[in-house]
Design a protein around this ligand. Structure first.
Ligand SMILES: Cc1cc2nc3c(=O)[nH]c(=O)nc-3n(C[C@H](O)[C@H](O)[C@H](O)COP(=O)(O)O)c2cc1C
Length: 215
């Protein structure tokens, strides 16, 4: 019985063998399958780690808005003056992880961030709902505030101005980052902790090389 269960593992592969040369199409496919499954409120939730100037790790969730296959990048939007924004200005290296538990899948990504152009950030900012735009304008993300009431009052006053026709433009401190990927690791869970792991890595812009890793 046990031997049959173990033998079955060989046919229960969730990763192509041999692995593709470029991991981006596969990463994008997993991301899209998680979205299409309808099982996640935020299929694009990415735990993103940065580091402080003295080397301490710092992690929070962001929403990955795009997997850019041709560019080899993952894109997200934030406040450039936030804690993560300041940490990234000092050290652009990041690591992140997606987790899709219903599919027993994890995807780790590593790379170096680049800011999007102001035009690209503008385009995304103006595609967002009004309330999200107002929120981005009134929240000096990661700074200390006196009270929540103060924050909400700021949002209300800007919303009233917008209703009166005032334009809500993108603050210069808010915009997109691209993680230019230098490593991708896909993990697929199997019985007996005999999971599958493939790690791809490359120098920035160089060719990918991959290796199967013990789980
Ligand atoms: C599911 C989820 C998604 C989030 N997405 C974003 C995001 O896309 N951009 C962002 O700036 N903050 C996002 N946040 C809030 C961040 O986790 C974090 O609180 C905020 O960016 C401040 O982080 P910092 O002080 O390290 O800069 C999200 C939080 C959660 C729980």
């Amino acid at each position: 019985m046990l031997t049959e269960a173990i033998a079955k593992l060989l046919s229960a592969s969730d990763l192509p063998e041999p692995p593709p040369q470029d991991p981006l199409p596969l990463l994008a496919a997993w991301f899209e399958q998680a979205r299409a499954s309808g099982k996640y409120d935020d299929h694009n939730a990415l735990a993103l780690a940065t580091s402080t100037p003295d080397g301490a790790p710092s992690v929070r969730m962001v929403l990955a808005k795009m997997i850019e296959v041709e560019r080899g990048a993952v894109a997200f939007y934030t406040n450039y003056d936030s804690r993560k924004g300041r940490e990234l200005a000092a050290n652009p290296r990041v690591a992140g992880v997606f987790h899709w538990p219903h599919a027993k899948r994890q995807a780790r990504v590593e790379g170096v961030v680049e800011r999007m152009s102001p035009a690209e950030s503008d385009e995304y900012f103006h595609s967002r709902p009004l309330l999200s735009r107002v929120g981005a304008c009134v929240s000096r993300q990661s700074t200390e505030i006196g009270s929540r009431a103060e924050l909400v009052a700021g949002a209300l006053s800007l919303a009233k101005a917008a209703a009166g026709g005032a334009p809500i433009s993108r603050p210069a401190y808010w915009g997109g980052f691209r993680i230019m990927l230098t490593a991708v690791e896909l993990w697929s869970g199997h019985e007996g902790r005999l999971h599958q792991r493939v790690r791809w890595s490359r120098e920035p812009g160089g060719p990918w090389r991959h290796a199967l890793l013990a789980p």
